[in-house]
Design a protein around this ligand. Structure first.
Ligand code: CU
Length: 640
């Protein structure tokens, strides 16, 4: 709505513009309106900080650190030249100064699993070992071959990268990576009968010659090792067997890596820890109430979806252990900690890869027993890929939302559906929430400290195809169930974008990786490296309450006293867990409401819930809000 005062401003500006073209005048007018107090107080404001080129990077995974700075992880940043030259990057953005410190990192953590441990360190598991090669670009036939060793006496030896194998027809193939080969196992039976079982390990091979002549569609045939064997190993004991996919010129998928690293925000350094049991590209990692971390799904080191092999990381031993049972999910499944023991909610959301039929149905997964209770009622259940899922604020109510999404793979289908499941219900089912402003994939929901959610970014088409960005943003209030349009962002965002809440109550948004930069789909897209920060309406609604002092360590089930501004009535206090956003979902963010006692004197008593499944140990932003619902700036606290 335009007020009379603003109309007057409009006339002045218009008069001052003289002979400027109409478009520029309209632009000036638009800028004036969206920065006016009467507009920002209702709709908030987007700002794009100035970033020198040397501070820009392809931010794919974003995490708020306990230091209040923002960790931006690119790895090779979906840039094959970076991959070839081993240019792997991360950035530390400081909201106080607007500057980003760019770090070279030790491995390609592009599309890894990323989660925050209870001590505030990040655990980054898996990543990229090889880039995809599109079918049109595959020059050398390739595929997975199983190397077998029938000798129980060979000891363990290494076949170097480039080891040559020859097909029965005389075609030559070379291994892409070095491979450790174990001896065969030997078992002596009760009557002295000896059983020898060959060791068996998969590796990737590429043809020595280009083109169709090197394709070998014969499966399960034997290939002879012709170079690379240690001299003491007899060549007839060691051989290759082609897999059921043969050696073809088909598309070669991105391949996963098995490294994992800790990142310590205090010193801003990486430490290598135990390798994953399985290489993973596009895994979901989630910190459990016990402090352990699950790694779920992903593509293996040959670009094949893992057949339900999931594993758990122990933060004390720093080791990964495979779960004893298998459960198959698509890549980057949207998983959330619930108040039910050992039970994760899978909303059906995902990003990346996987069958369009298997593992797509939402439900409650007990990762210890492997029991899975399906949750009915989800609408547009064939459009859950690239959706956003979140635990609605307050987390105490145990209501989870899935919003938007598209068809599996490079489908142009998308939906504006939001559905909500209430896990306080003993027979939970999805019920309709309000529609998004438009059909969207890759849109991100960020929990705000006034118990609302900002939905920002997203495109209708697959990876912004047809230049299908929305610039519209909305704030959803779970208490009233109203989705309200607020100020438009300047920058459109699609796949590989992310958003996290900052301690001052604003929202940091970054990234975006369109396939094309034009609507016609002729010009390849370039990565969106600009940051944009959204200030919600409460940052324009007058004086904010202040947390003057308080303990920096809070204990579950106990009370603590805070010193707050005496001139405001405090009506709420909550803990917001530090966000970790990637591939359309943040499974870390949650807002836990605290019980308060306030006598108006500047002292505020807060009591934490007892449940570690609601309020797991770790770092949180503590906010208080006043009678108008305006939140303070956060105080960073640790919950034990
Ligand atoms: Cu990715």
């Amino acid at each position: 709505m335009i007020s009379a005062v603003m109309m007057a401003g409009y006339i002045t500006i218009w008069a001052n513009l003289g002979r400027e073209p109409i478009a520029a005048a309209q632009h000036g007018w638009h800028e004036h309106v969206i920065n006016s107090h009467s507009y920002t107080v209702k709709n908030g404001q987007w700002n794009t900080p100035d970033q020198p080129a040397s501070q820009k990077l392809d931010d794919i995974h974003t995490a708020l650190l306990k230091t209040g700075k923002v960790f931006m992880l690119a790895g090779s940043g979906n840039n094959i030249n970076h991959s070839h030259h081993e240019v792997y990057q991360a950035g530390i953005y400081d909201p106080e100064t607007g500057q980003t410190k760019v770090l070279r990192i030790p491995n390609d953590m592009f599309c890894a699993g990323i989660t925050t441990l209870s001590d505030g360190q990040l655990l980054i598991a898996g990543g990229t070992s090889h880039y995809e090669v599109l079918k049109t670009e595959v020059q050398y036939a390739g595929g997975v071959m199983t190397i077998k060793n029938e000798s129980p006496d060979s000891g363990t030896f290494v076949l170097p990268k480039g080891t040559e194998l020859r097909s029965p027809g005389g075609r030559l193939y070379r291994t892409r990576d070095s491979l450790r080969v174990d001896p065969a196992t030997k078992q002596v039976g009760p009557r002295g009968a000896v059983t020898i079982t060959a060791s068996s390990q998969d590796t990737w091979v590429d043809a020595e010659a280009k083109g169709a002549s090197s394709v070998s569609t014969d499966t399960h045939i034997t290939y002879t090792v012709v170079s690379g064997l240690p001299p003491e190993i007899q060549s007839n004991n060691v051989y290759g067997v082609s897999s059921s996919t043969g050696l073809t010129l088909d598309k070669q998928e991105f391949a996963g890596a098995s490294f994992s690293y800790l990142f310590d925000p205090s010193v801003e350094q990486f430490t290598k820890v135990d390798n994953l049991k399985f290489a993973r590209w596009y895994p979901t990692t989630i910190t459990l109430p016990s402090g352990r971390v699950l790694a779920i799904s992903g593509l293996d080191q040959f670009g094949r979806i893992l057949q339900g092999f999931n594993e758990v990381y122990d933060q004390v031993t720093q080791k990964w252990t495979l779960l004893p049972h298998t459960k198959l999910f698509p890549t980057y499944p949207a998983m959330f900690v619930t108040e039910r023991p050992n039970t994760l909610l899978y909303t059906g959301g995902s990003a990346g890869y996987g069958s369009d039929k298997i593992g797509r149905s939402p439900g409650l997964w007990n990762w210890q027993t492997n029991a899975f209770q399906a949750i009915p009622g989800l609408r547009d259940s064939n459009m859950t890929e690239t959706s956003d899922s979140l635990l609605l604020p307050p987390a105490n109510a145990q209501r989870y939302m899935i919003a938007g999404g598209g068809g599996v793979g490079n489908s142009e289908k998308s939906t504006s559906r939001t559905d909500i499941v209430d896990l306080k219900d003993s027979h939970p089912r999805f019920t309709p929430g309000p529609d998004l402003l438009t059909k969207l994939r890759y849109m991100i929901g960020t929990i705000l400290p006034d118990n609302t959610v900002l939905f920002s970014g997203g495109t209708a088409g697959y990876r912004a195809n047809g230049n299908s960005y929305t610039h519209m943003a909305a704030i959803y209030d779970p208490a009233t169930n109203i989705m309200r349009r607020v100020a438009d962002s300047r920058i459109g965002r699609t796949y590989h974008s992310s958003a996290v809440l900052l301690p001052d109550g604003s929202v940091f948004t970054a990234g975006g990786d369109p396939l094309y930069s034009d609507a016609a789909g002729k010009i390849p897209g370039s990565f969106e490296q600009r940051i944009e920060i959204y200030k919600p309406p409460y940052m324009f609604q007058g004086e904010r309450p202040v947390i003057i002092d308080g303990p920096s360590e809070l204990v579950r089930g106990q009370s603590a006293e805070l010193s707050v501004s005496a001139d405001q009535k405090i009506t709420g206090a909550r803990l917001l867990r530090l966000g970790v956003s990637t591939h359309t979902t943040d499974n870390a963010q949650r807002s836990v409401e605290l019980k308060i006692q306030h006598d108006g004197t500047g002292k505020l008593g807060v009591t934490l819930p007892k449940s570690g499944r609601l309020l797991m140990g770790g770092w949180y932003m503590l906010f208080v809000s006043n009678q108008d619902g305006v939140p303070s700036v956060a105080r960073m606290v640790h919950v034990a």
